[in-house]
Design a protein around this ligand. Sequence first.
Ligand SMILES: CC(C)(COP(=O)(O)OP(=O)(O)OC[C@H]1O[C@@H](n2cnc3c(N)ncnc32)[C@H](O)[C@@H]1OP(=O)(O)O)[C@@H](O)C(=O)NCCC(=O)NCCS
Length: 426
Amino acid sequence: MTDSLSIRDNRTGGEQEIAISDDTIRAGDLKQFAVDGERALATYDPGFVNTASCKSAITYIDGEKGILEYRGYPIEQLAENSTYLEVAYLLLNGELPTQEQLDPWVYEVTNHTFVHESLKTFMQGFRHDAHPMSMLNSSVAALSSFYPEANQIKDPEVAELQIIRLIAKMPTLGAFAYRHVQGKPYVYPSNDLSYTANFMSMLWKMSEPEYKPDERLVRALEILFILHADHEQNASANAVRAIGSTQVDPFTAVAGGIGALYGPLHGGANEAVLKMLRRIGDVKNVPGFIEGVKNGDERLMGFGHRVYKNYDPRATIIKKAVDDVFEVTGVNPLLKIAQELEKIALEDEYFVKRKLYPNVDFYSGLIYEALQFPPEMFTVLFAIPRTSGWLAQWKELVNDPEQKIARPKQIYTGYRTRDFVPMNKR
Ligand SMILES: CC(C)(COP(=O)(O)OP(=O)(O)OC[C@H]1O[C@@H](n2cnc3c(N)ncnc32)[C@H](O)[C@@H]1OP(=O)(O)O)[C@@H](O)C(=O)NCCC(=O)NCCS
């Protein structure tokens, strides 16, 4: 078997062979199929359902088998053994850091957590009821105006500094957005706390001189951050890459990623799970609800995934973290309903046949609610850790000689060359 594809163009009878590499053909190779030197063949793929936009060595997913790996390390092992900043380093640099590499990395991120006072003033200008994702999106875009040198994207030292700034300042901006909605004063970062503990301090510290978060909650949040750090070419990573392909600064590119994540099809499903659990209301209503799903009247939110046709490996890890969190916060009564739904669905032929398993959102909303986050904050809690993934994708893009400005083709379906019609003749 040779790695090539033979194609016969029935418009012309022309036959050509094109190369296959990595189980992929190059769309550009199809241009040789043309009619009289025109109408060169192209592909049509809305939503990039079967089109690779890049080569990447960052995150590997096998949806059939339920595998997720960052730089080759299984997500289960990373969630068990590492910290979020260690994982961020891994995503960005390709290898787990040695102690000599980790210490300065943590030091740098910790010491860039403060934002310019004018950025604080900027955030204070938002309405009292502004959505925290909208505030986060705008304030990250605004960061670009504070660091004009950030557009020197080909200078590795400059690029590295912006990466540190973004990872460091995201929790600060996310927490400011949270406090803003509550009408509470913003809390400045505490550089003696870990990345996640500092975030919790900025969210919840009031008048106490020193905020001491429960270590079990710090670890649970750390695990959620690790699980959300990257997920290869999803909609927001694609947005960051598309914007980054214009060679704009990384603040602007990441703001675009936050915009994509804000959409309900991407970042909003865990909120829908909570609404569904509340609507079911009691374990005794679960069988009736499942019947409704099977009849097509309902959707079992938090189940099914475009890529995973097996248990989403992140859901398994989150399920374990739920117990640790509830040990501190007390059990959310919705948990019993979720567990019963999962039990019935995993045994039911409808779900088995369609390979519908719990996804990352099935249990994460329960944890966020137990931590007293309002649903509007759920996507902010996704955006903060995903920043390391977005930046790893951005860095890979900037250093990839094969990448070009992202500019898809279209199939034009409109009119051609019409004479202008004056107003009185329309
Ligand atoms: C995630 C999701 C959009 C993936 O969609 P998809 O890959 O396009 O899969 P499809 O919608 O084609 O579903 C395939 C089949 O499973 C069914 N199905 C998919 N998800 C379902 C769900 N959550 N509940 C009930 N049935 C579901 C579909 O009705 C379809 O059945 P059919 O073959 O009889 O028509 C979809 O599973 C979903 O809506 N899940 C709930 C929302 C959610 O949790 N989203 C978060 C994802 S991280």
